[in-house]
Write a protein that binds this ligand. Structure first.
Ligand SMILES: [Zn+2]
Length: 212
């Protein structure tokens, strides 16, 4: 089983599709599953307002979960640029993202802040935003997503350090279960100099804290 977790390396698991193309359900099968969920909710999938819903939901899934078809290591690797000596911190803050929790398939809506300390090479900021998308557009838990973003940037760009902070609201918590609105979860991953040097870490935290 080429795609099981035990057989693949951790590197593979970070980006690869978890279902082989020949094992993927058909579009008709996916739409039938949505019809089942509509009936499970208590409504009639054949009434006029819901007739096109299964097709729409399946198309929405293609967008919401497009991260499985993306290999962030590949597009990061293609885009190195020389820095002409720039060796200060690069910070991209307030990158809005939408993800879905892997426990309830409920939205996780939040913002990511990503920083790195270059070691001769930098990367286009649009690529950093795409890195967030590649991991957010999957079934996720926030802790794993934070680590995936930081580790991928660290291993591919090989900077002196990487920092990722993610703040997000989990709709499985705000709209059901404990119904706690206004609660956001904060996760962070600090690597290299952001982990070992308190002044670097402080500088990053003060930059992302300045925005409000
Ligand atoms: Zn959940």
């Amino acid at each position: 089983m080429e795609f099981t977790e035990s057989a693949a390396t951790s590197r593979d698991i970070r980006w690869r599709k978890q279902v082989r193309d020949d094992q993927r359900p058909t579009r008709a099968e996916a739409e039938a599953a949505v019809r089942t969920l509509i009936r499970w909710a208590g409504d009639d999938p054949d009434r006029e307002g819901l007739a096109e819903t299964p097709a729409r939901v399946v198309r929405a899934y293609e967008e919401w979960f497009s991260g499985y078809a993306t290999d962030p290591e590949e597009f990061l690797r293609r885009t190195f640029e020389e820095t002409d000596g720039y060796d200060e911190m690069v910070v991209l803050r307030d990158i809005r993202f939408e993800s879905f929790c892997e426990h309830h398939i409920a939205p996780i809506i939040g913002r990511a802040h990503v920083a790195y300390l270059p070691d001769r090479r930098v990367i286009g900021i649009s690529k950093l935003a795409r890195l967030i998308e590649a991991y957010s557009r999957r079934l996720q838990i926030q802790e794993k997503m934070t680590a995936q973003i930081a580790n991928t940037l660290n291993e591919v760009l090989m900077p002196k350090g990487v920092a990722v902070v993610i703040e997000a609201t989990h709709h499985c918590m705000t709209t059901r279960g404990v119904h706690k609105s206004g609660v956001s979860m904060v996760t962070s991953q600090m690597l290299g100099s952001f982990r070992t040097d308190p002044s670097t870490r402080r500088e990053f935290l003060s930059i992302i804290g300045e925005r409000s």
